[in-house]
Ligand binder design. Structure first.
Ligand SMILES: [Zn+2]
Ligand SMILES: [Zn+2]
Length: 362
């Protein structure tokens, strides 16, 4: 189009022509908004992501929501308001006559990510079905709904392998088990005697039974893959160990003088729960009450888990190191809150998925 185009928002400002990835994009120097001519927005989204469908606003954006008060700078028709994505409640305005799109300043970076967001939302929005029910009814483990990690979580897999191998070396020999536990399980009395300080770490790699191991390793896998992706491998490993140590410290302080040895990765894994909760607040886990399965926001899932720990402690049920769980979880929350902004800055997709504009179906 030969003539000048005016900003649909500021009305009097002439739009400046720019190019982005070979497509023409006009921007307003006054309000920072962007105008994408004739399907250019969909072309840019398609170029960013090979598995995005062809230019079709209704298919990509969901149904039109309402007419806008702004007009198309190309053809003058009234614009229509759409969500960037069906389950991602950020508005853009589209001209249905010429396929142009108006995007306000803050929306622009989110739109550039929208195909990745779209695929993540599809995973997060999946419903419970008979398969998830059978899985949880038989294994008593939750089903996770979250964005898939971009990397293969080798550190998480290695931790699972190491824990399993260590367990298999002693599990079938009771005498050897007690020998190992005497030296490497964590007993507050030993720590207080200034002895066995290495057990803060070694105890997190020991398990008391096969079920204990399986349960812990499942939760390590569920939360570890996403956290390893968000943090990078070595920082993830470092924080896993730090949470294990802090869980141990709190367990010792809560059980001063006790000679009872404590083992298990659950304190470290409870730390992962804390970080996971803060960085992936729109993720879900299924909870099963008798035969009734419900998909819950992670805040509710971990909230119930925490409450069950306090209940178990109040009822005096033996055999579980509740304070290691609670301590690890608190350590994870503290680390998670401290690092949250840095993790989100490094992973803009995770920041978008954590926002209030995301609407997860549960
Ligand atoms: Zn403007
Ligand atoms: Zn138009």
């Amino acid at each position: 189009m030969a003539g000048k185009k005016y900003c649909p928002h500021c009305v009097n400002t002439v739009l400046t022509v720019n190019h982005y990835q070979g497509e023409e994009v006009d921007n307003c120097t006054t309000c920072g908004g962007l105008w994408f001519e004739k399907g250019n927005l969909n072309a840019i989204i398609a170029a960013k992501c090979q598995h995005v469908e062809e230019a079709d606003y209704v298919a990509n954006l969901g149904p039109a929501l309402e007419p806008s008060h702004r007009s198309c700078p190309d053809c003058g028709d009234k614009l229509q308001v759409f969500h960037v994505l069906e389950d991602y409640h950020v508005d853009i305005e589209v001209c249905q006559s010429c396929d142009g799109a108006w995007v306000e300043k803050d929306t622009a970076c989110k739109v550039a990510k929208s195909s990745a967001i779209k695929h993540a939302l599809a995973d997060m929005n999946k419903k419970v079905n008979w398969k998830t029910w059978v899985f949880q009814a038989l294994l008593r483990m939750p089903v996770e709904y979250n964005v898939k990690p971009r990397i293969t979580p080798w550190v998480t897999y290695a931790l699972i392998a190491i824990n399993t191998l260590i367990f298999l070396t002693y599990a079938f020999d009771e005498r050897l088990t007690w020998q190992i536990f005497d030296n490497f399980a964590m007993a507050p009395a030993n720590i207080q005697a200034g002895d066995h300080w290495w057990t803060f770490i070694t105890a997190t790699f020991l398990h008391g039974s096969f079920l204990h191991l399986i349960g812990n390793m499942y939760f390590l896998w569920v939360t570890g893959d996403n956290l390893e992706d968000a943090l990078g491998r070595w920082r993830f490993l470092g924080l896993y160990l730090v949470c294990g140590i802090l869980a141990g410290v709190i367990s010792v302080l809560a059980n001063l003088g006790s000679p009872i040895p404590s083992v298990g990765a659950s304190g470290a894994i409870a730390g992962l729960f804390g970080m996971y909760l803060l960085w992936f607040p729109n993720a879900s886990m299924t909870f099963m009450f008798f035969v009734w399965q419900k998909k819950l926001a992670v805040m509710w899932y971990f909230g119930i888990w925490l409450a069950l720990n306090f209940f178990g402690m109040a009822l005096g049920e033996q055999g579980v190191d509740y304070w290691a769980h609670i301590g690890g979880f608190l350590a994870g929350l503290a680390i998670g809150a401290t690092l949250r902004q840095r993790v989100w800055d490094a992973n803009p997709l995770l920041a978008h998925l954590a926002g209030p504009e995301v609407q997860v179906k549960r």
